[in-house]
Design a protein around this ligand. Structure first.
Ligand code: SAH
Ligand code: SF4
Length: 451
């Protein structure tokens, strides 16, 4: 890609919605902007370019984008030179770019997920027009080699596979992110070793379904995610390797063993179950049963001591009956997740589930959601209480936002721990004994050692 400096001293502000994939895409968008001379602005009000990196997975994040665009109108009226761009998953949906351009005629540029590497060129083109420039084309472009402005100096996101082939009945992701495309192992190893050399201690491998990594490139019996994890485990300067997200239908014994064996692979699986009802799992096209899921949970817990397990749940899927919901509660009780994200089902245009009759009253759905939260919170607290007295290795994120005398860090199992320290320890690994347990975090004593 040709990158020509445009002007100096222009500033940008990026607001990111949605998942870790989007967080990382925003780091790439920022990297590209800085490569053409933009500098980061602290607030949208000071910026010459405001870019919204959007999420389409549920209605809520979309509504937030619409609300924010409404607030940007006066900024644009005051400063017509301000450039406003909307990127990411929302524009990649059919009809949305036109709708955005109609409702917010001051938007300059609308770009989908595939057009991301073209941002510099599109910005230049958008300047010459009075109507918004829309690019939602599907390019077969490698993102490797694009500049990245990482938010952290010690932990980094790393894409291993883009897109999703699964077509869960409720989900818009395959439509807005396209088919599965793995990056080559050489590309990934190169990026990981580069990060390690630059002082990064933790990498998080990203994919909608990391478990199907490699199949499109190396075949169903070829180089797989477990192989990649074991190869990355050889990068000595790295301390920790995380990965998100695992689809239960593709989670192999080899991968569970690789996490158990690889000393850098962190003891944490995010394994979205969505529902505990076989009937709904089938309707959702998840391609596993509740028994199979619980077998996987047992295998993970037996193979990896101290492992943490987290999940996603959807409440109020069209046609969800009381007995389906009770099955979900029962599964939550049996699996004993460390924590769970539970979402109210949100119909997404173009998906199969959106065509289904959804007669359950909103009040009942909300009641069920609260019940899930209550149960899961009890379990999270029980699991956390059992950690009191143990010493956890933490990668320190920095000074606690609530208390300047405390530092905050994450354990290998991804627990948030606050502990007292009289100096800033961001980026350091420390050993901290756990003193108190709460639902969402732990409190530790002063560190016993570290590096
Ligand atoms: N690729 C990941 C998840 C991507 S979306 C996976 O398969 O696990 C993140 C989570 O959002 C999903 O796990 C699901 O729980 C939730 N989600 C997706 N579509 C949804 C919808 N239409 N309504 C409510 N929740 C949804
Ligand atoms: Fe969506 Fe299912 Fe793909 Fe996850 S696996 S991104 S839930 S379609």
């Amino acid at each position: 890609m040709k990158v020509t400096p445009l002007e100096r001293d222009l500033t940008y502000y990026i607001e990111t919605f949605g998942c870790q994939m989007n967080e990382h895409d925003s780091e790439v968008l920022a990297g590209m902007l800085e490569s053409i001379g933009y500098l980061p602005a602290d607030t949208p009000g000071e910026a010459d370019l405001i870019l919204l990196n959007t999420c389409a997975v549920r209605q809520k994040p979309e509504q937030k984008v619409y609300a924010l665009l409404g607030k940007l109108r006066p900024l644009k009226e005051r400063n017509p030179a301000l450039v406003i761009a909307v990127a990411g998953c929302m524009p990649q949906q059919e009809g949305t770019p036109r709708d955005l351009a109609r409702r917010f005629d001051f938007i300059d540029l609308i770009l989908g997920t595939h057009a991301l590497p073209h941002l510099p060129r599109l910005l230049e083109e958008a300047r010459e027009r009075d109507k918004p420039l829309i690019d939602t084309g599907e390019y077969e472009l490698s993102r490797s080699g694009l500049p990245v402005r990482r938010a952290s100096h010690f932990k980094a996101w790393l894409n291993v596979i883009y897109g999703c082939n699964n077509y869960c009945s409720y989900c818009v992701v395959p439509y807005v992110r396209g088919r599965e495309r793995s990056r080559t192992k050489e590309d990934i190893m190169k990026e990981a070793t580069g990060l390690a050399r630059a002082g990064y201690r933790e990498i998080t491998l990203l994919g909608q379904n990391v478990n199907s990594y490699g199949q499109d490139l190396y075949g169903p019996r070829g180089y797989a995610f477990a192989d990649l994890l074991l190869d990355l485990n050889q990068v000595e300067a790295l301390s920790r390797i995380r990965f998100l997200t695992s689809h239960p239908k593709d989670l192999s014994t080899r991968l569970i063993q690789a996490v158990g064996e690889g000393e850098r692979a962190c003891e944490h699986f995010h394994l979205p179950v969505q529902s505990g009802s076989n009937r709904l799992l089938k309707e959702m096209n998840r391609r596993y049963s509740r028994v199979r899921y619980l077998e996987l949970v047992a295998e993970i817990k037996e193979t990896i001591p101290g492992v943490a397990l987290t999940t996603d749940l959807i409440v109020g899927y069209p046609g969800e009956r009381e007995e389906d919901f009770l099955q979900t509660l029962d599964l939550v009780e049996r699996a004993r997740f460390d924590s769970a994200f539970a979402f109210l089902y949100s119909p997404r245009a173009g998906t199969r589930a959106a065509l289904k009759k959804d007669s359950l009253p909103q009040e009942e759905k909300k009641k069920r959601l609260q019940e899930i939260f209550k149960l899961q919170n009890r379990i999270s607290l029980e699991i956390n209480r059992a950690l009191v007295g143990q010493t956890l290795e933490l990668l320190v994120e920095g000074t606690s936002r609530r208390d300047p005398r405390m530092q905050s860090g994450r354990s290998r199992s991804n627990k948030l721990v606050h502990f007292p320290a009289d100096q800033e320890l961001a980026g350091r690994l420390v050993e901290v004994p756990v003193a108190e347990a709460y639902t969402w975090h732990l409190v530790g004593e002063s560190p016993r050692g570290g590096s």
